[in-house]
Design a protein around this ligand. Structure first.
Ligand SMILES: [Zn+2]
Ligand SMILES: [Zn+2]
Ligand SMILES: [Zn+2]
Length: 213
């Protein structure tokens, strides 16, 4: 059986390595507004998009990892760095009572595919529920009940529950695996809370999306 694969090894290698580039590089985005240089590494057969289009395409899939073409290779970036904001309370639309200078809160978010940093804007309507209620209604579980800066998706918690039942894996081991999925080369650099984000990452995010809180 392996002999059949060995015979096709060169073709398989070539096809896998072809994924390091994209046939649409150098063409404008479908919207016609900007160059298409970003792609999603998790959407099936992701096209290339401009920043606005990739954010719009991920409005309801905000925890995908994305990459940007640097001119030589695709580099991991994030929807946050491209300007994405999670808006709670209005199906990811802007709260009509948002304060003019409101920036949203940088938050570490742990999902089943790894660790993300997101910016969360809470609903400010007079009848708005508390922050922890807003998070839970969006299927995000807060790590603290006051001013949460770390959250876990329900999907991530379900995943951990299944793994711990099947293999008795500890929470520490599960999180270690998630850090490796986020950055397999340097898992120790993956932040476990906002204050551990590297200066470089913080500077990038503040430049692109406004002042960091
Ligand atoms: Zn995607
Ligand atoms: Zn576009
Ligand atoms: Zn609101």
């Amino acid at each position: 059986m392996m002999a059949a694969f060995t015979e096709k090894l060169a073709i398989l290698e070539e096809s896998i390595l072809a994924g390091e580039t994209h046939p649409a590089l150098g063409t404008p985005c479908a919207c016609g507004q900007a160059n298409a240089i970003h792609r999603c590494s998790e959407c099936f057969q992701s096209p290339l998009w401009c920043s606005s289009c990739i954010i719009a395409a991920h409005k309801f899939q905000p925890f995908h990892f994305v990459e940007s073409w640097t001119g030589r290779y695709f580099k991991r970036t994030s929807l946050l760095e491209l300007g994405s904001i999670l808006k709670l309370g209005h199906s990811n639309k802007q709260c009509p009572n948002r304060l003019p200078n409101q920036q949203g809160r940088l938050t570490t978010l742990v999902h089943s595919n790894g660790v993300h940093v997101v910016r969360i804007e809470y609903c400010c309507c007079e009848t708005a529920p508390s922050e922890i209620e807003q998070l839970c209604r969006a299927r995000l579980f807060p790590s603290t009940v006051q001013r949460p800066e770390s959250v876990f998706t329900f999907e991530c918690l379900k995943d951990f529950h299944a793994h711990s039942l099947a293999s008795k894996k500890s929470a520490y081991d599960h999180f270690t695996a998630l850090r490796c999925r986020t950055n397999s080369a340097f898992p120790q650099t993956v932040p476990v809370r906002i204050t551990q984000m590297s200066t470089c990452t913080m500077t990038n995010i503040s430049c692109r999306t406004g002042t960091v809180n």
